[in-house]
Design a protein. Structure first.
Length: 63
């Protein structure tokens, strides 16, 4: 995911589902200098990790 797209998701008032390597995550913070994001899995909120933006993608909405 590119930086600008992720910033729009984080700043959005809507809940937009994001996945990291297939796992649903919450994006807590973005580090523009290193190209990483601080995330945690939705099913394990204590497992905070710093990940590369390239592993993040927006989940397809369910209709």
């Amino acid at each position: 995911m590119d930086l600008q797209e992720l910033k729009q998701i984080v700043e959005s008032p809507s809940l937009i589902q994001v996945r990291y390597r297939g796992f649903p995550v919450y994006v807590q913070d973005i580090d523009e200098n290193s190209g990483t994001a601080t995330v945690f899995p939705l099913d394990n909120m204590d497992h905070v990790q710093e990940v590369d933006l390239s592993g993040l993608y927006e989940d397809d909405p369910i209709h």
